[in-house]
Design a protein around this ligand. Structure first.
Ligand SMILES: Nc1nc2c(ncn2[C@@H]2O[C@H](COP(=O)(O)OP(=O)(O)OP(=O)(O)O)[C@@H](O)[C@H]2O)c(=O)[nH]1
Ligand SMILES: [Mg+2]
Length: 449
């Protein structure tokens, strides 16, 4: 079946010479524009515009300069595409953007986007990714709570340098896809100041609206509530007035959405306990910190939520502290699996997206890839009758999508890398006189559980 849809066919950005790279994001698709020199970047493609918003975002990464810009920055420009087809020129500060939109017939067959890798054999992960291409997470917390630092540690991104010039409502509603890891969408309540009632209302309405989305890929998959561990002796407080009201109000809205309370900057508490003047040098620092956390963080939140059990974890985003991040990833994955898995012993798209997006916990990836995915594969007849090359191609595609390595030049998915892998297997495994490409698998060659 076919219908007509608008497609972005051409985009060009003219800016300054310090622009390092430009990504265009249309709906769930991100592409890099090719550099033309002199601050000009362009791309020709046939991405269908997202019908919900008809919005295109451009992420512009600028180099550091010795004096004026000590770190790299990423700025996000959002463009509302005008109705109809044709050329549209937009000026954003010192950047000129040209878009060309055309009307094209498109197939409405739901299976048509799945490309067979070879001989009709499809990567098993492709269908899961088509149903839920990204893990959608909302991170809530006051300004400076450590939200961006936490996201960067868990997802291997660089959001702390991002300057987002979109208005507050768009920031939370549209979400942000990182150029370093496009397997998750971040909805960040950034700039949440204590007492900003309307900002809290924006977040609650956003949560409610996402609950009504019919497709799981558009729903919220997890929420992290970030509270920096307060050092009471310094006069710091866990719950500002607005935050307490918001926590109570959002509790109802968050029912059935995997939510974890994250106590951030835990390293500050450890240091505080270590240097306390009257402390017994033999006492266990971790045990004291845990007790403090229970009294000053967990209990107040539990009281605020009228004794409702809360999932919580203390983390630090400092490079030498990993443990809390592993725990947070595992806890989130488990809750997401409970909430979004309908059939036992099956791989569901949302937990699969959660496992793929994170970059701290190999165990979660292994659980998602080996325990469920490989077991499903072993009990299927997927590989029966296909050549070794077809099968390797599929396994290769699946492994890359599960592990979500940072691979900006897309080398791991290239033909070159695939050939390298096939040749390696040929040397190790092929019987004399046969090539892996031509060896057909029989049922007994398939994997056994
Ligand atoms: N000691 C310590 N400092 C941290 C930690 N995480 C973040 N910080 C520092 O806290 C400050 C704020 O961190 P961000 O990650 O930008 O906080 P944010 O919540 O994203 O803030 P907004 O974007 O303004 O809403 C920065 O100076 C970080 O270096 C942590 O785990 N430990
Ligand atoms: Mg931030």
């Amino acid at each position: 079946m076919t219908s007509s849809a608008r497609q972005l066919s051409y985009i060009e950005l003219r800016g300054e010479k310090d622009i390092e790279c430009v990504n265009v994001v249309v709906g769930d698709v991100r592409r890099s524009l090719s550099p033309q020199g002199g601050g000009t970047f362009l791309g020709r493609f046939d991405e269908r515009l997202s019908s919900a918003t008809d919005q295109v975002s451009l992420e512009v990464r600028r180099r550091k300069t010795r004096f004026f810009r000590p770190t790299e920055t990423v700025k996000v420009y959002s463009i509302e595409v005008q109705s109809g087809s044709g050329r549209q020129v937009v000026k954003k500060g010192r950047v000129d953007i040209t878009l060309e939109v055309s009307s094209q017939p498109v197939s409405t067959d739901p299976g048509s986007s799945l490309t067979a890798i070879s001989g009709g054999l499809k990567p098993t992960t492709e269908e899961l990714i088509a149903q839920c291409p990204r893990f959608r997470i909302l991170v809530v917390g006051k300004t400076g709570a450590g939200k961006s630092s936490l996201i960067d540690r868990v997802f291997g991104t660089n959001t702390t340098g991002v300057v987002d010039d979109r208005p507050g409502k768009a920031k939370i509603e549209d979400g942000l896809i990182s150029p370093q890891n496009d397997r998750f969408i971040l909805h960040d309540s950034q700039g949440f100041e204590p007492g900003e009632g309307c900002n809290y209302d924006t977040v609650t309405s956003f949560i409610e609206a996402r609950k009504k989305e019919p497709l799981i890929k558009d729903q919220l998959h997890a929420v992290w509530f970030c509270f920096p561990v307060p050092i009471i002796q310094y006069g710091e407080r866990l719950l500002e007035d607005g935050a307490e009201t918001f926590l109570k109000q959002s509790n109802e809205a968050l029912r059935n959405i995997p939510t974890v309370v994250v106590f951030t900057k835990y390293d500050r508490l450890i240091t505080h306990v270590q240097v306390a003047p009257d402390r017994d040098p033999e006492a266990d620092v971790e045990a004291e910190a845990k007790q403090y956390l229970q009294t000053h963080c967990v209990e107040p939140i539990r009281r605020c939520l009228k004794d409702k059990a809360i999932l919580h974890v203390a983390v630090s985003s400092r490079p030498d502290r990993q443990r809390g991040l592993d725990e947070l990833t595992k806890l989130t994955y488990e809750r997401v699996t409970e909430s979004f898995t309908s059939k036992p012993n099956s791989v569901s798209p949302v937990p699969f997206a959660a496992a793929g997006a994170q970059r701290v916990e190999p165990g979660v990836k292994i659980k998602s890839s080996i325990k469920e995915y490989w077991r499903a594969l072993a009990s299927s007849t997927n590989f029966w009758g296909f050549t070794m090359l077809d099968c390797l191609g599929v396994i290769h595609a699946d492994i890359i999508s599960v592990w979500n390595f940072y691979d900006p030049s897309v080398y791991l998915s290239s033909e070159e890398f695939r050939n390298l892998m096939v040749n390696m297997v040929a040397k190790v495994d092929a019987p004399t006189g046969s090539s892996p490409a031509s060896t057909n698998l029989t049922r007994s060659d398939t994997f056994s559980g």
